[in-house]
Design a protein around this ligand. Structure first.
Ligand SMILES: [Zn+2]
Length: 345
């Protein structure tokens, strides 16, 4: 078993739906506080940390803490929970999922109910059910019973999935986007401890990336970096059904130097630094045009501009409860990031 797995399990099982990141923020603070000079949680809930170097440059490493999830919208009179989606979860993956509602009184488990084939016509079964028609069954028989148990409107809801080891070095689970990025940054912080680094290293674990890069907008402003490496996952397109040339990214082929995505073009200096380091250290990498976006799009435009290039771990089935990554890519991302930070003078 990879030595990274226990921490990945801890990171994905700690809730942090966009806008509700308190628990995951506490966990991350506890993982890094012994390895940094300073750590704090800002007003929006971002975890910000710093390690003083020799003042060569202010370099930011960022990962978002939030995960896509759901939120309680209403409790009906039979005790079923109606919900809204927070972040880009596809309605196709929701029916028949197990979930956890995070209430004031603790965690309540439930399942997203699904009408059985016996009660539906063939045509109905072919249709995607809109989220507003879905509901969570927590075992309650009335609204009163659900409320008595602690459920309130606006309680966040996470998908309830553990981590499974697949063949080879691949693992499957939920919230790899971007807890795998958080893991990469935590490992980088640990591995750089007591190393002589010329740059002042700034770290942000941000809130609400999935709701429009909101946390990174303020974390970059307050940390004042000159250069930034946002660490995220990025969609691999190496499985059946994806249109050819959607992107060239594959699992197991190394970290992705995210040159361009739908909202962003990376800056030359950090991009070349990543490429040169990968080639010098013989670390496999993929230079790619990616789909989606990252905190990088917000960080780059902070203050007078920040030279930015995201570094990403290839991920299959993004924003679903069965995301898949290859641990070799995770290890190589940690290696490429730490080696690159060491080269900045
Ligand atoms: Zn992400």
């Amino acid at each position: 078993m990879s030595e990274l797995i226990p921490l990945i399990k801890e990171l994905i099982s700690t809730p942090g739906v966009s806008g509700f990141e308190t628990e995951i923020a506490q966990l991350i603070v506890s993982k890094i506080e012994n390895y940094v000079d300073e750590v704090k949680v800002d007003r929006l809930g971002n975890v910000l940390a710093q390690v003083q170097g020799k003042g060569a440059a202010r370099v930011l490493v960022d990962a978002h803490m939030d995960e896509v999830g759901l939120i309680v919208k209403a409790i009906d009179d039979k005790g079923f929970i109606r919900f809204e989606v927070l972040g880009g979860i596809d309605n196709r993956v929701l029916p028949a999922q197990r979930v956890i509602i995070h209430t004031r009184k603790g965690k309540i488990k439930g399942s997203i109910g699904v009408i059985p084939p016996h009660f539906t016509t063939g045509k109905e079964r072919d249709r995607v059910i809109p989220a507003e028609n879905l509901f969570i069954d927590i075992g309650a028989s009335s609204r009163e019973e659900a409320m008595e148990a602690g459920v309130r409107v606006v309680d966040p809801i996470t998908l309830h999935r553990g981590l499974d080891e697949l063949l080879g070095s691949r693992i499957c689970g939920k919230a790899f986007d971007d807890r795998i990025g958080c893991l990469v940054v935590i490992e980088c912080i640990k591995r750089l401890k007591d190393q002589e680094i010329a740059a002042d290293l700034l770290y942000s674990f941000t809130v609400e990336e999935e709701r429009g890069l909101r946390g990174a907008t303020v974390s970059a402003y307050s940390l004042k970096p000159e250069m930034a490496f946002p660490i995220d996952t990025t969609g691999a397109a190496d499985f059946p059904g994806v249109k050819p040339y959607t992107t060239t990214i594959e699992l197991g082929k190394g970290p992705v130097i995210r040159a361009v995505d739908v909202r962003f073009v990376s800056d030359r200096q950090p991009r070349e630094l990543l490429i040169e380091t990968a080639e010098k250290m013989n670390i496999p990498y993929q230079l790619a045009v990616a789909m989606g976006s990252t905190d990088g799009a917000a960080v780059q435009l902070s203050r007078e501009g920040v030279a930015t290039c995201p570094l990403c771990v290839p991920l299959r089935y993004t924003h679903s409860p069965v995301e898949v990554v290859d641990l070799r890519d995770v290890e190589n991302t940690i290696k490429l990031l730490t080696e690159t930070l060491k080269t900045i003078t």
